[in-house]
Design a protein around this ligand. Structure first.
Ligand SMILES: [Zn+2]
Length: 336
């Protein structure tokens, strides 16, 4: 995201119109400015927080710009391209790392992933930092060797199972671009978990939300991709919380954590999740959305010495209403 997006999020926050928590990932061209202002990953509050610096290392398989070791199956002259030289990449990652930022590096092709992991290895070797949680975004075609390095370096694989649901079927985009041999190696969620690499799931906005992507992990065409339902849920919840340093507050439903959750129209373990609807969205213990439409945004919850608030300012519900019931904005549970 660029400066316009950062301003827009702050405006929404100020006007109390932000109904979701945001972990912002500025593009690397803002790195110098943010560093000069003394900003680091983690600055902000539970609604709006400065996240990692987003760096590109290659393009996409669709556009044949993801950097591959071997040519594209449907264009033998193309092997994609690195967005910057390995030397430039190391320089950029080292600068952001030293300035106290988490990094989120876009890398899709096997060659780009290798180059990025090697760059992280150099940076962390020279300048070790505990619990950096640097991420590789998408991570669609990792080689087997790279998985052990990921674990050793403490890197997070930040992946999108919806890509598998869309592109990994016979005759799909992955097969056209990669051919039959490499096809089976795309998005190996199961192997990644087996090798104990931290795994976080997202949607990349294609489409937004996890419901469509769940099947890409649970019913993936290849055994190296397929993971059980509970592990897929974990990727979208606890995995995402870990990847954004927020596991103390979100990621699981537990006493003392923020009450952020959705209510679905059916049991996701029994029904194809892409056919389910979100009946309600609850943020900080407040219903901010019902299927009938947006019904409100959460009010800012200040810690108070009343019984309605826990010590950490976690909202407790004041009123419970059946979720199917029609409710006006006025009748929603409120925290203050
Ligand atoms: Zn990306």
């Amino acid at each position: 995201m660029d400066d316009r997006h950062l301003r827009a999020y702050q405006t929404l926050r100020r006007q109390n119109r932000l109904a979701i928590r945001a972990y912002l990932c500025p593009y690397d061209d803002l790195l110098d400015t943010l560093t000069a202002a003394g900003m680091q990953t983690g600055f902000g509050d539970e609604w709006l927080r400065l996240g990692p610096i987003k760096v590109f290392s290659d393009g996409s398989l669709g556009a044949r710009t993801a950097a591959l070791f071997d040519p594209y199956d449907d264009d033998p002259r193309a092997t994609g391209q690195l967005s910057r030289s390995p030397k430039e990449l190391i320089g950029l990652l080292a600068k952001a790392h030293r300035a106290g930022f988490q990094l989120a590096v876009h890398a899709i092709g096997d060659k780009a992933i290798d180059v990025v992991v090697e760059a992280f290895s150099r940076v962390l070797d020279r300048d070790p930092r505990e619990d950096h949680r640097h991420r590789i975004e998408h991570f669609e075609l990792p080689t087997d060797e790279v998985l052990d390095q990921m674990k050793e370096l403490g890197l997070v694989a930040s992946m999108q199972p919806n890509f598998v649901a869309r592109w990994s079927h016979p005759g799909g985009l992955y097969e056209r671009r990669l051919g039959k041999d490499r096809l089976a190696h795309n998005n190996p969620f199961r192997l990644i978990r087996k090798r104990k690499v931290a795994l976080a799931f997202g949607s990349d906005g294609m489409p937004y939300g996890p419901l469509y992507g769940m099947s890409g992990a649970v019913e993936a065409p290849f055994a190296s991709q397929r993971i059980p339902f509970a592990e897929a849920i974990q990727g979208y919840t606890a995995g995402g919380a870990f990847a954004s340093f927020t596991e103390r507050d979100v990621g699981t439903l537990a006493a003392g954590k923020l009450a952020d959750f959705v209510v679905l129209s059916g049991d996701p373990r029994r029904v194809d999740t892409s056919r389910l609807a979100v009946e309600a969205t609850v943020v900080g213990g407040e219903v901010v959305h019902r299927r009938q439409g947006i019904v409100g945004v959460p009010r800012k919850c200040e810690p108070k010495s009343t019984s309605r608030f826990s010590q950490r300012g976690v909202c407790r519900w004041r009123r419970r209403r059946p979720l199917g019931a029609r409710g006006s904005r006025k009748s929603l549970s409120r925290c203050g």
